[in-house]
Each structure stands twice: as structure tokens, then as C-alpha cells.
Write a protein that binds this ligand. Sequence first.
Ligand code: NAI
Length: 346
Amino acid sequence: LFGLPEQAAHERVLLATDPATGLKAILAVHSTARGPAFGGCRLWHYDTELAALNDALRLSQGMSLKNALADLPFGGGKAVILKPEGQFDRPALFAAFGRAVQSLNGAYITAEDVGTTTADMRGMQAHTPFVSGIPREGAFGGDPSPKTAWGVFVSIQAGVRLVLGRKSLDGVRVALQGLGAVGWHLAEFLHQAGAKLVVADVDAAKVERAVAQLGAVAVPVGEILAADVDVLAPCALGASLNEQTVPALRAKLVAGAANNQLATPADGDALQRRGICYLPDYLVNAGGIISVAREYRGEGEEAAVMAEVSKIGERVEELLQRVQVADSTPARVADDWARSKLVKLA
Ligand code: NAI
């Protein structure tokens, strides 16, 4: 069903509707073995309701693996809101969504994802305490995307050293697909470290800014995945690595923020056969969830969160060691590693 062998493993899926506000949402709780299911909420236009369900199921499963590998005391969940057609009352929509989150009594905790903002999260606070990613006076909190970008950056650093055999990022060519909340911060970190950037985004203004401020070279959206670079960082939407794109890739290392980059597990195998090292998305992009989880637990403090996010680089090293021992692919080894951690915490 839905092309997901593990689909039956989802603990709960709530279909929430509210005709008054136009809310149609899917809240997917994949696993609460490690703790409450934690994962962002996506607001997106889907062609069909089935496509939205598929996205929610895939993303929530990914959150279980992400939270487990990041050693967080949380399970995996994710919500998608089907974007209403035309004009809609955004605060009212998120109030209704907040009530749906509340109806799960803490089994699911929400935060930002593609299409949702810190203001949306703040608005929900009146309806549920099970929300994070909110700027808080006198306390740590807010937009997780700079932390996500930092985790991807330290992963690229580790990969460049261990896979490409280069001492630093100086002069390393990196292609960025997507210059949004995460992609832009990542571009800045890479630029500061001396990397040469090749960029593409469907939003021309973002590309122009990267060219002007970061000396990036712009390429058309359709050419970014096959750019002549050392590293490819997919930071737009999922399934960018598929049957059509993998044969054309020229980078030797792939590490980016986008969730569900591999269209199918076979695409990870195909990358390996082509001698391309793919660092699994849910390992490298955990900085954001580490940030909102710390905020939610009231443990946040900027330096401590950054230190925890920096550990992603060490996990990349450990993964690459495990890959050598297992004689397998990074994607499959990371999956097994994460699944071994999907257990009740003492
Ligand atoms: P965003 O919506 O701010 O940025 C996405 C960017 O990709 C936009 O600038 C958009 O114009 C561009 N884009 C869309 N289609 C494109 C295409 N075909 N080619 C080139 N550019 C394209 O989203 P954000 O927050 O930066 O997230 C990016 C990815 O990272 C998403 O897949 C998200 O799920 C994932 N992610 C984000 C986290 C966060 O902290 N924001 C945490 C973990 C994962």
C-alpha cells in the first residue's frame, strides 16, 4: 500500500478536517517507541489526497529514523496540511490545526517545515502546548533552519575530508539545489569556508542574491543536479535522486537538507555503483529537530545546541566506518543503524 513496505508500522494516522477554516490535514505518528513523535508540519499544494498521505507517511517514518540517529528522546511523526485553494484565513487554519495536534494529547509534537513559519507556530500556542520552533523571550527558540544548515555543513566538511581526501573546503566546488531557509544559510557557511558555489532556485531573486553576495555561479534549475562539482547539496524538495538524475550526476559526494532525497532505495545503490557517496538526508539534516527538541524541553542554550548539532559530523565519520565494515551503502547502513535504535528508552 502506498509503495511503503513499512506502512503498517505507523502507530496512528489522523485525518483532520475543519470545514469552517478549510483545514484538511494528515497527522502521521510513525513511532513513539523513544518518546512522543516529533516532526514538522508541511503546508503544501498536493495534486491528490493520496499524494499528501504518501508524503506524510514517508516523512513521519523518516523522522523516526532521524530522531533515533540523533539520539533524541523522541519518536517520529509529521503532519501535512493540504493548502486550501485561493484565499484563506491563515491564523484560523493554524488554530484548527493546533486543535488537531492537541487532540492527540501529546503523542505528536509539531514545528515548522516547508511552507510554515515561526508565526504559524506561535499562533498555535493558544490551542496546544505540543508545538515548538517559536522565538521565546529570554529563552532559546525559534527558526530551526540555521541549525539544520550547520548540521549539513559539518557533514559536508566530514565527507570532503573522508571521501574526497581534501583537507578543507577551500576551493571545493559545491552545487546547491534550492536557496531557501536552509539552503541560504548553508551557502553562507560554505562561502565563508572558501567553497566555490554553483546554485539554482526556481526563485530568481534568491539566485541573484547568491551571485551578488556569495560570488556563486548560477545554472538553470534543470542543470543543477548534473553540475560539474565535487559536492551536491539538494536543499529543495524530495526525490531529487532518481532513475533519471542519478546517471547524470558528476559530484562525488551528495549531502543536503532535503528530506527523502532518494526516490527509492535502489537509487542509493545506483549512486554507490557510480562511485558517489550519498550521506543520508535524515542523518545530516537533523540540526533543526535537535534545535526544536532542545527548545521544547526548555534545555536550549545557543552554544550547547550548536555543539550538539556539530556531533552530526562525528556521526558521519562513524557511518562511513560502518559502511566499510558492512561492505554496503551509506543509506542501507544508516537505515539499519537507526532502526536498531527504534526501541523504548530506559
Ligand atoms: P524552503 O521552502 O525555505 O526552501 C526551499 C527552496 O527550494 C525554495 O527557495 C524554493 O524556491 C526552492 N526550490 C523548489 N523547487 C526547486 C527546484 N526544482 N529547483 C531548485 N530550487 C527549488 O525550505 P527549507 O526550510 O529551506 O527546506 C529545504 C528542504 O530541507 C526541505 O526538503 C525540508 O523538508 C528540508 N528540511 C528543512 C529543515 C529546516 O530546518 N527548515 C529541517 C530538515 C529538513
